[in-house]
Design a protein around this ligand. Structure first.
Ligand code: G6P
Ligand code: MN
Length: 475
């Protein structure tokens, strides 16, 4: 089986390859093609993968690895395509944060103004990839890691239908933490989790041996258990009880927006700027290195994990991350489990980003949502019925989906008006004037937004995806 990874020079590719190396089952991946725009990044990551393969002696032959900068070559013959690109690179992420913070609003890569800016420059590239997959590898399954993952998956689904599935590791991480606190086995629990990517709530948790007994009320009744894990520390027991659910950690940017924005403004560096510098050091170091690639990568990974959401934790007084959370396992676990379920028809349930269908009545059928899905060889479908959303959940989900739709419209038509509307409608952007200035700021920072044009009454400028792609660096 052949797997192609777009953004193949990206830092988290060794996590996926490590999981492939541990996969001993029949029908596993035997060849990996890494695609990236930057050959130096490909060389660096290929070295780490070679070290990983050398370290495994008791396994079947390690998946062979090839690298290419030609997208069409990478796609031809692929059974699975992982898309993990970063349009505009980490420099672009840092600019997304900086420009938003200068306006006093949040600049996170997936939430608020920063997520919109990132979405605006990613959608045309993702659509171009989707079109090429449809043409060159029509039977391939696309697993989308690229953030903002829900929005990008929906953009691609307009061309690939149900053959694109979006993934994120935050719901599985949340479920694992809550299950452990409750003394339940994370592998034998059902999560009542629903929402959009980075905007969901865990409303119930059921052990497989007592499928009708919700364990969450016991958690809410136990103050020390409730504040013993990441989300409990971020949100506090009182607020979790008020909600009656455990929100995804990214909802910290909503519920404690003012504190998060202040912490981000006061930080020595934004997350994007920190990662830009950290990753530049890593890739520079790899260019001269003749040995020790895997150890160097792992040190960098550990530092990245330890500092994840540091400003939010500081604003909440949450302290350091728990040791369990520092070990990776979510990202590659979800990807591999999904691929195995499809390739080998191993029925399983995973929280994924897929089309809504009739699952949530507040959204239309084509809206991509994040929800537990049943996966098998025919693909992934939401497990239904889903218990109804509260008014608050429905309201926020509908509001943010409306923003995503404006981004998709802007990305597909080049409409500047739709782009301004996306910023202005976002619950974390507090004025239309701010929205207009944000777009201007982003436009001057990102050549990849050059496709946005003033709307005229009768004509719409058609964006040229090729220009949009060529203006970007991926990784
Ligand atoms: C979480 C999120 C991902 C994100 C990752 C890395 O796992 O769910 O969407 O890509 O963190 O975040 P970082 O700030 O290290 O890039
Ligand atoms: Mn995510």
């Amino acid at each position: 089986m052949r797997l192609t990874i777009l953004g193949g020079g990206g830092f988290r590719v060794p996590l996926v390859y490590g999981a492939l190396l541990r996969d001993r089952a029949e029908g596993r991946v035997t060849h990996v093609t890494l695609h990236d725009l930057d050959p130096a990044r490909l060389t660096a990551i290929a070295r780490v993968l070679a070290d990983q393969a050398d370290g495994v002696t008791d396994a079947p032959a390690a998946p062979s690895v090839s690298v290419t900068t030609d997208l069409d070559d990478a796609l031809r013959g692929a059974d699975f395509v992982f898309s993990a690109i970063r349009v505009g690179g980490l420099e672009g992420r840092a600019a997304d944060e900086r420009i938003a913070l200068a306006e006093g609003v949040l600049g996170q890569e997936t939430v608020g103004a920063g997520g919109i800016a990132y979405g605006l420059r990613t959608v045309p590239v993702a659509v171009d990839i989707a079109r090429r997959v449809a043409r060159l590898a029509p039977d391939a399954w696309v697993i989308n890691f690229t953030n903002p993952a829900g929005l990008v998956t929906e953009a691609m689904s307009r061309h690939l239908g149900e053959r694109v599935i979006g993934i994120c590791d935050s719901p599985v991480g949340l479920g694992r933490r809550v299950a452990r606190v409750l003394g339940a086995d994370p592998a034998r629990t059902r999560l009542d989790y629903v929402g959009l990517n980075h905007l969901g709530w865990l409303r119930g948790l059921y052990a497989d041996d007592a499928p009708d007994h919700d364990l969450l009320p016991a958690l809410f009744a136990d103050e020390s258990a409730l504040t013993s894990f990441e989300e409990g520390k971020l949100f506090g027991a009182d607020w979790l009880r008020s909600l009656g659910s455990v929100p995804n950690e990214y909802l910290h940017y909503y519920y404690f927006n003012r504190e998060a924005v202040t912490a981000y403004r006061e930080a020595k560096q934004t997350r994007g700027a920190f990662l830009r510098d950290q990753q530049a050091r890593f890739y520079d170091d790899m260019a001269d290195r003749t040995s020790g690639a895997l150890a160097a990568w792992d040190r960098t990974r550990a530092e990245r994990e330890a500092t994840y959401m540091a400003e939010n934790r500081e604003a909440a007084g949450a302290g350091e991350r728990a040791a369990d959370d520092l070990e990776s396992g979510g990202y590659e676990y979800v990807a591999l489990a999904l691929m195995r379920a499809i390739a080998r028809d191993e029925r399983t349930t995973l929280i994924l980003n897929v089309r809504n269908g009739a699952t949530l009545s507040v959204l239309d059928e084509a809206a991509v949502i994040e929800v537990p899905c049943l996966v098998d060889a025919t693909g992934a479908r939401p497990v239904t019925p889903v218990s109804p959303l509260t008014g608050h959940e429905a309201g926020l989900v509908a509001a943010v989906k409306a923003v995503e739709r404006c981004v998709l419209e802007a990305g597909e038509s080049g409409s500047e008006r739709a782009a301004v509307k996306a910023f202005a409608l976002h619950p974390l952007v507090d004025s239309v004037q701010v929205a207009r200035r944000l777009l201007e700021g982003y436009r001057s920072a990102h050549p990849g937004l050059g496709y946005l044009r003033r709307d005229t009454r009768d004509t719409r400028d058609i964006r040229d995806t090729r220009d949009a792609r060529d203006a970007q660096s991926r990784g």
